[in-house]
Design a protein around this ligand. Structure first.
Ligand code: IPE
Ligand code: IPE
Ligand code: MG
Ligand code: MG
Ligand code: MG
Length: 329
């Protein structure tokens, strides 16, 4: 079977009327920043859900149970922060919205894969994810492992066959960024450090390194993929996006550490208090909640400073930084 046959309706079909309308709705949202940012988020989350739905293999295609489990793990939940960052950075760099869709989806898919594996009994052993039973609880450990494998390759397939990205160099650059961010010097590497350091307190520098890899790398990749969705992005803007995303990616995991300690399971949609239970080194265990919160504020300020040269064209990114650092789940 050809790959395109396996991937239920593809990007030509995604470009339907609804999504064509998004261009003007995004402009409208951007012209009325503060009041419409919440609406922009809801709208872009819905857009990403549609893109993902259209690009996940159908559960009616063999192997049906694997496809069902992949769809279960990706669809119907999640804040879609990485996609929002890709859209925000893409818009800042002048990318057409529909060119950001698949690169943004690819990062969300890698992220979903990382969550499936992160929850498995051999890792964090969490039965709850996005308010539902974790993938391994629903489909078993072996299937959850395969879901991760298959989602990982799907992410790369989506970029490599994206018909809207007609420049091979642009695609290659995106594939390279995503590969590095997912691998042993990125997400997988950070996860390995996380597991190896259970019960062993990390120094602050080691903790920063782990967080930058396990979470920061994919967030940075999301923003960069958004930026490179523009045909010829301005180099200074790409650098600004990169600096911004580096700070906000680390801030994201510091907030995750704080929420793990402070929020409840129902709000989080995943088991609260797991880090302490598993004896993990986090910013809360190393610094305490209030110093960790102070660090979030510093990282937020660094992210803002990366955009200081820019005016209202960077407001969406600024709002995203606020959203990420002030979130309650
Ligand atoms: C949770 O990420 C795992 C981390 C990398 C901290 P998110 O908080 O973005 O999870 P979803 O996608 O919204 O469920
Ligand atoms: C996960 O970090 C980072 C990933 C790469 C998935 P956590 O283990 O803290 O994420 P949650 O709290 O389970 O979502
Ligand atoms: Mg973990
Ligand atoms: Mg976890
Ligand atoms: Mg956590």
């Amino acid at each position: 079977m050809k790959i395109n046959d396996m991937l239920a309706p593809h990007n030509d079909q995604i470009a339907n009327d609804q999504i064509a309308n998004d261009q003007s709705r995004l402009k409208q949202a951007n012209s009325d920043q503060i009041q419409s940012f919440d609406a922009w988020i809801v709208h872009m989350q819905a857009r990403m859900e549609k893109v993902l739905d259209a690009n996940m293999p159908s559960a009616s295609i063999s192997p049906m149970r694997l496809h069902e489990a992949m769809r279960y793990s990706v669809l119907g939940g999640g804040k879609r922060v990485r996609a929002l960052l890709a859209y925000g950075a893409g818009e800042f760099c002048g990318a057409q919205l529909d060119k950001i869709d698949l690169p943004a989806a690819s990062v969300e898919i890698i992220h979903a894969f990382s969550l499936v594996h992160d929850d498995m009994p051999c890792m964090d052993d969490d039965d709850l994810r996005r308010g539902k039973p974790s993938a391994h609880k629903q489909y078993g450990d072996a299937m959850a492992m395969l879901v991760g494998d298959a989602l990982q390759s799907l992410a790369f397939a989506l970029i490599s066959q994206d018909k809207l990205l007609n420049n091979a160099t642009q695609k290659l650059q995106m594939l390279h960024i995503l590969a590095l961010a997912s691998g042993s010097r990125g997400m997988a590497g950070g996860q390995a450090i996380d597991l190896e350091s259970i019960g062993i307190p990390l120094t602050r520098a080691e903790l920063e390194h782990m967080h930058i890899q396990k979470t920061g790398a994919l967030i940075r990749a999301a923003a960069l993929l958004g930026a490179y969705s523009a045909d010829k992005p301005d180099e200074d803007k790409v650098k600004a996006v990169d600096h911004f995303a580096k700070s906000i990616g680390l801030a994201f995991q510091v907030v995750d550490d704080i929420l793990d300690a402070k929020a409840d399971t129902k709000t989080l949609g995943k088991t609260a208090g797991k880090d302490a239970y598993h004896n993990k080194s986090t910013y809360v265990t190393i610094l305490g909640v209030s110093a960790a919160q102070q660090l979030v504020d510093e990282l937020h300020a660094n992210a803002m400073a990366a955009l200081s040269f820019y005016g209202s064209e960077a407001d969406l990114l600024r709002q995203l930084a606020n959203f990420i650092t002030q979130r309650s789940f």
